[in-house]
Design a protein around this ligand. Sequence first.
Ligand code: GTP
Ligand code: MG
Length: 392
Amino acid sequence: MLSIALAGKPNAGKSTFYRAATESEVDVGNYPFTTIDPNRGVSHVRTDCPCLDREERCGNDNCRDGKRYVPVELLDVAGLVPGAHEGRGLGNQFLDELTNADVILNVVDASGATNEEGEPVERGSHDPVEDVDFVEEEMDLWLASIVERNWESVERASRSPDFDIDEALTDMLTGVGATELDVARALRDLDYPEDPIAWEDEHREALASDIRRRTKPIVVVANKADVAPPENLERLQEAADLVVPATADGELGLRRAAEAGVVDYDPGDADFEIVGEVSDDQREGLEQIRDVMAEHGGTGLQTALDRAVYELLDQITVYPVQNESKWTDGQGNVLPDAHLLPAGSTPLDLAYDVHSDIGDAYLHAVDARENRRIAEDHELEEGDVIKIVSSN
Ligand SMILES: Nc1nc2c(ncn2[C@@H]2O[C@H](COP(=O)(O)OP(=O)(O)OP(=O)(O)O)[C@@H](O)[C@H]2O)c(=O)[nH]1
Ligand SMILES: [Mg+2]
């Protein structure tokens, strides 16, 4: 499963985001370091279900009237403070928790009501743009320290006659999610000495930040948009490539209200409808959330998750089925599974993603929408429904 990590300074709303997005109970508090041990749970990205192109909706548990929710892992870690890579705050133990993450959501308090350590201060008095930069820096320096720690092994390997720097660095960096291709591309972009023994800290740091950008891309979540000065949101938009204004607290309120049957709302909707009995206070709270949603096209949580997966990680959703005309599995479930795969994936990649045995026994594939056989190297597209034919 793809893994998305919530990172950022303390008190920014990471656990509130997590609570809303996973519908699980974790501690939230208006002080730094509420979270110490990481929380790991399942959230979803949202896409159009292929059943929208059929007469009836599929009825899958993860499909609400054609809105398809595809599971991803969500990780909520302790807050990060400047100097964390050197052990400040709760240190770099939780930077290590980010090792397996495919993408990072940097949750920023856009209201400027918490300082760089996450302590409450007067609203607007802290510049949230600083929180965008330092999280990137801390992650870069953390990765640089991993490279530094392991450099001796690269130097040792370099004495061997068949030494290959790409191979040695790939060995060292697979642990943080770097592929051979990432390393090759990073080395192509950098100037560095031939001999690893001649590498200086600056070379290792340049390598680390290049690899960090490739393996841990970042979406900035401009949280607390409900109480943020508009100029902060504007400046944040300019400070990074991908910035999503959000109200984690608003989403949490809506999810709870939806569960109680008070509102009709599906995560990622731009608006909601009040359908149950509410007190005046509740109505006022809900209307405040509605105002923020109207400004930003929703609460922003689903948007942040979706853009991380579909935009930054460039994933597509593909639906394997056994019956190509009914789009069902062996038990008659319509569109039973949704798989996230990198764009450019082929039917064979899908087969291996379903099960390595299916991949090994792959014969051919059928595009169930068109009802025609497709080549092994055919590039799959978002929303493809595919029957894999295998010899077992
Ligand atoms: N106004 C507003 N407050 C929010 C929002 N999201 C979270 N908060 C509040 O911000 C405070 C911190 O929230 P947490 O979710 O505990 O923050 P955290 O980033 O997990 O903090 P640490 O675990 O200490 O790193 C709490 O008082 C939340 O209620 C939001 O969208 N709007
Ligand atoms: Mg927390």
